[in-house]
Design a protein around this ligand. Structure first.
Ligand code: B1M
Length: 232
């Protein structure tokens, strides 16, 4: 592209800018994504809208083309990296609500699974809602979850899986908790694109969370119940 054709992001209106950010995310252009995020914030967009409308919206397109064999792993990794650049800017803003600590959550992606964008988003939103979050990262075996529960004493265990081949591992973790007699000591929330409510029930989780906002609402509800039980 010649200099004359260069797109000046700040000169685009909101709709054009979001559409351009979809293209930039698709092309894995981290700096442009960061610039776009900063422009939308400067225009008064709330961080949550920037996240869901510009970043998650763009990643949905990447996901569809990945599924259809139009994009491959290296391109998707670049897109994920660009998305993370945008999320890095939003993280402190989402956590800035000043909410009092309402509970503690340990969260991690299950064994065999390296997808972490959704999990990171859930962690960010939970922190923004006043939860303390311990992030175990990706590829967690049952032992890692058990050790973290023992060491951190969270109220909530969150598990994420993006692959149909890794989601059954959540049941391994829950079954092990049952075996050890600690299942009822924690609220277990699960999420990830291939899951649904039925799956959550079938594996014995307390709830399936469709997205990060639902995860926050669900976690809050369980904490309210816990506090009410303690007061009763
Ligand atoms: Co992957 N991948 N990938 N991938 N990848 C999917 C999941 C896939 C659906 C793509 C497709 O075919 N359309 C497909 C799975 C198909 C299936 O299982 N049936 C797939 C595949 C096949 C693979 C590989 C096997 C590809 C290969 O190597 N041939 C490989 C597996 C590697 C492994 O894990 N062992 C692989 C690799 C990768 C990359 C490394 C390239 C990259 C990951 C980079 C990273 O995460 N750091 C990647 C990506 C980016 C995707 C897609 C395109 C996007 C995922 C994402 O980040 N979405 C994805 C397609 C898709 O999902 N549409 C795909 C955005 C994110 C915000 O949404 O993660 O759903 P999501 O999280 C949401 C909710 O689900 C929920 O809240 C979040 C925010 O609202 N949520 C929770 C998630 N976790 C939660 C936990 C909770 C609560 C809510 O706990 C309380």
């Amino acid at each position: 592209m010649s200099d004359e054709d260069e797109i000046i992001l700040s000169e685009l209106d909101d709709e054009e800018l979001v559409s351009q950010m979809f293209d930039d995310l698709y092309d894995g252009l981290k700096e442009e994504i960061e610039e776009g995020v900063n422009i939308l914030l400067a225009r008064g967009w709330i961080p949550y809208d920037v996240l869901t409308k510009a970043l998650v919206g763009g990643m949905t397109i990447v996901g569809a083309d990945f599924r259809d064999g139009i994009l491959f792993v290296p391109e998707v990794l670049l897109a994920a990296n660009a998305m993370k650049g945008g999320m890095f800017i939003l993280k402190p803003l989402l956590a800035e609500t000043g909410a009092p600590r309402v509970g503690k959550m340990v969260i991690g992606t299950v064994k065999g699974d390296i997808h972490d964008i959704g999990k990171n988003l859930v962690g960010m939103m939970m922190e923004g809602a006043g939860f303390e979050v311990v992030d175990l990262g990706i590829n967690n075996a049952v032992e890692a979850y058990l050790a973290a529960m023992e060491e951190e004493g969270p109220d909530i265990l969150g598990m994420s899986a993006l692959l149909t081949t890794t989601m059954p591992y959540m049941k391994v973790v829950i079954d092990t908790m049952i075996e050890k007699g600690i299942r009822d000591d924690y609220v277990v929330l699960v999420g990830g694109a291939p899951l649904n409510e039925e799956f959550g029930k079938a594996i014995g989780a307390d709830a399936y969370c469709r997205d990060a906002a639902v995860a926050v609402e669900t976690a809050k509800e369980f904490m309210d119940r816990k506090h009410n039980q303690m007061l009763a």
